[in-house]
Design a binder for this molecule. Sequence first.
Ligand code: PLP
Length: 407
Amino acid sequence: MSDTAANLRAQFPLLAAAPELHYLDSAATAQIHRAALDAVVSHETTRRANVMRGTYRLAEAADLAYEQARQSAARFLNAGSAGEIVFTPGATASLNLVAHAFGSTLKAGDRVLVSVAEHHSNFVPWQMLRDRCGIELAPIPVGADGRLDLTRLSELMGDRCRLVAVTQCSNVTGAWTDVATIVAAARKVGAKVLLDGAQAVQHGPQDVRAMDIDFYAFSGHKCFGPGGVGVLWGRAEALARMPPFLGGGGMIAEVTPEASTWAAPPQRFEAGTPPIAQAIGLAAALDWMMTLDWTAIREREDALCQQLIEGLARIPGLRLLGPQHAHHCEARAPIVSFDIPDLHPHDICQVLDAQNLALRGGHHCAQPLLAALGAEACTRASIALYNGEADIEALLAGLDRARRELA
Ligand code: PLP
């Protein structure tokens, strides 16, 4: 079967059952692929048992499937080994894990750089760490187009920067981060680099080794897998030096009444029963993604993004957030946020919903970014591989109607 949008759409049970739906909110949650759903059901009905505990055959089958899921995630990220993959409940949990575990190795006066463009999930945990431990937190500013302004990067890092924690792709503007420049600057002062890949993963497999970063976080529900599961990838040597974040079953070497010692990574960071079926479902989604022609898909996503941006440009007074120049689709993932004067994004989204258009309006958990761009809220259309021209045409027609109805 070819990778046309219609063929791809047919592989998503919710979309296949709702042909009238124009789903343009994949940046919030992408739809789940049939293979992921099937893998969850198959696991729950044939292999359901706890992992890393039982010695009976059912438990061994669950163990095997769970560890194979780790291998799929490692292949998707081109990680050095499956042992570098930690399953978590999602990107937020992965980011908090680093803020706690790596964070506990930092001293007062050490510096962490985030950016103004972060989702709150990669902002608030660092503020909490600062308040706990007295680290310095320095936000990298953004330019008028929402992209990270790296002109003063070395100055911001100073000589005590230990970590740069930034998004790979903004969930509001879609702007891609210049990761290579950040990694080069970080290496000069011996700082590590954490990338929040939450918005990048639905646009294709990643290569953490080629990017030469240290940590990578993402959620399963944003890359066609189930909710409730995510991944933290960390370089083996970085994970090995970190103490655990949560304590409980599965993460120890030995417990005595007096003290405990820790298991090696990744188990050290997987306290308690992990999201087993969800990890297996996620692996099925990642395996499926790795079979696709991503050059063709990205070209199609870019064309839809261009079609949308050109259509939006015809709306009087509309302000497009994010990269503005002629080849903006190269600078952004297909996430397009805009503001129409005198129309509240929530009202716009309600009128659009009545026309079977699912979009999100609000601050998108990125209040520092919106403040920097001079907006309180905006409407966001996010395009994924199952969207087609009809979705964009419906959105542009829907916006005309919203402007008429809300005027
Ligand atoms: N980081 C970015 C860039 C996001 O867009 C999101 C969710 O929208 C997150 C982190 C948090 O993801 P989750 O809510 O799945 O933990």
